[in-house]
Design a protein around this ligand. Structure first.
Ligand code: AMP
Length: 121
């Protein structure tokens, strides 16, 4: 799969400050903000600041510092949002089969309620 990055996507615009976002955490290499259409009581998106299209693109080509920052950003959001005790779910939709809408790598953090089965029946 090719990973040509389209910098007109909505998360690139958020990173450039062209459209607003509800920031939860801003680190050197990552940004976490609330999903505009929340699917759970807590629904936060975490994105790397680098130009990565998918999870596999990021995992292969990001620096160790970017990957460590991103991984720790997710954990820090879970802590700040009070999700550690009750649990939560991480999802990264990729490509056509994953129904990825925004072609900038992101992980959904969902929690604050019981989340039901992994996939819609
Ligand atoms: P997906 O690419 O399918 O994993 O999901 C993209 C997610 O981005 C969806 O849950 C949208 O609700 C969310 N989204 C789209 N535009 C914005 C925005 N401007 N601010 C916050 N979340 C957004």
């Amino acid at each position: 799969m090719t990973h040509a990055y389209d910098d007109t996507n909505i998360f690139a615009k958020i990173l450039r400050g062209e459209i607003p976002n509800d920031t939860v955490l801003d680190t050197e290499h990552s940004l976490a903000f609330r999903d505009i259409t929340p699917k759970a009581a807590v629904h936060v998106l975490v994105i790397p600041k680098g130009a990565y299209v998918t999870y596999d693109h990021f995992a292969r080509e990001a620096s160790d510092a970017q990957i460590a920052d991103f991984t720790r950003a997710i954990a820090e959001v879970c802590r700040r949002e009070g999700l550690e005790e009750g649990g939560y779910r991480l999802i990264s939709n990729v490509g056509e089969a994953g129904l990825q809408e925004v072609p900038h790598m992101h992980v959904h953090i969902l929690g604050g309620q019981s989340l039901g089965p992994l996939l819609a029946e």
